[in-house]
Design a protein around this ligand. Structure first.
Ligand SMILES: C[S@@+](CC[C@H](N)C(=O)[O-])C[C@H]1O[C@@H](n2cnc3c(N)ncnc32)[C@H](O)[C@@H]1O
Length: 284
């Protein structure tokens, strides 16, 4: 009993070798190289898991190599999921102008069959996708046929995004009241008192999948008018960034837009025949 209590609360920081094992495995899966100066962060992100499972770092490392569910939890724990509603709001304005200035080809206009398609390629828990959905829906006069694909490497994030349930406090801080009234349901269940559900009205237009930017492939016939790839490239080195851009470039329609985070850019964007417009937005 005493031993297990000591084991439960006394989680020693991992050794350098253990850190290297974790970071190498994480790099192989996600393409993200965690440097040694982030060892403290890795320690603290895995600590909860080690305490919960009552395992040493060595035992945990061997578990995640055998158990795919635990491996996926490990990847979720080490990726950063920070996101917001209408984050970097200028992008939603640029997108609206792009549609409204009639830069779209005729087939996307009202009542025609081919939907205007958007991919949020590292969507975290879904706020970016639902912010896009609200933006498209507000443009009903110019665009009523649209669809959005949201994807992320993290199983937890994708599950959360699919549920569409978010904390009331955050929503009330970040979204104007008229949009809350229009797009969110509250008191959906006594158990969800402090939560809002994004309206199921657009379920048929929104899809979430797990997608790893360095490993996965979409069906080759899928092409997008807009790709959001925001606040994720900062985690990759130049080589991996180039690889990811090359992949995503192939999924973008000619004349389509690629949005990166405001602090991000593409090294050698001319190599990809992408023209930088403004605020980290690129035109193919
Ligand atoms: C900081 S969040 C950005 C979320 C959103 N795009 C935004 O700007 O608010 C970065 C997301 O990228 C995801 N991510 C990291 N590596 C990835 C990879 N190799 N493939 C797909 N998604 C990845 C993480 O799981 C995380 O949810």
């Amino acid at each position: 009993m005493k031993d297990s209590i000591v084991k439960l609360f006394n989680v020693e920081p991992m050794s350098l070798e253990e850190f290297q094992n974790f970071s190498e495995l994480f790099r192989k899966i996600s393409g993200i190289n965690i440097k040694i100066d982030k060892k403290g962060l890795v320690d603290s992100r895995l600590r909860k898991k080690l305490i919960h499972l009552q395992l040493t770092p060595k035992e945990y490392f061997s578990l995640i190599q055998k158990n795919s569910e635990e491996l996926s939890d490990f990847v979720s724990a080490l990726t950063t999921h920070k996101t917001d509603w209408f984050r970097e709001s200028i992008h939603f304005q640029i997108l609206t102008d792009y549609v409204r200035n009639k830069k779209l080809n005729a087939p996307y206009k009202k009542n025609l069959s081919q939907p205007f398609s958007c991919w949020s390629a590292a969507c975290s828990t879904g706020e970016e996708v639902y912010s896009l959905a609200m933006t498209f829906n507000q443009m009903d006069d110019d665009l009523n046929n649209w669809k959005i694909l949201g994807s992320d490497i993290s199983t937890h994030c994708v599950e959360h995004a699919k549920q569409g349930i978010y904390e009331k406090d955050v929503i009330e801080r970040q979204i104007p009241i008229e949009k809350i009234k229009r797009y969110f349901l509250k008191n959906i269940d006594p158990q969800y008192k402090d939560l809002y559900l994004f309206t199921p009205e657009f379920t048929s237009k929104i899809n979430f999948i797990e997608y790893n930017l360095v490993k996965s492939k979409l069906p080759s016939e899928l092409f997008f008018d807009v790709i959001f790839l925001r606040n994720v490239l900062i985690y990759f080195d130049k080589e991996v960034t180039s690889f990811i851009i090359k992949q995503l470039y192939n999924y973008l329609k000619p004349g389509g837009l690629l949005f990166l985070g405001l602090a991000e850019s593409i090294p050698n964007s001319e190599k990809f025949k992408l023209k930088r417009l403004e605020s980290s937005v690129y035109l193919k």
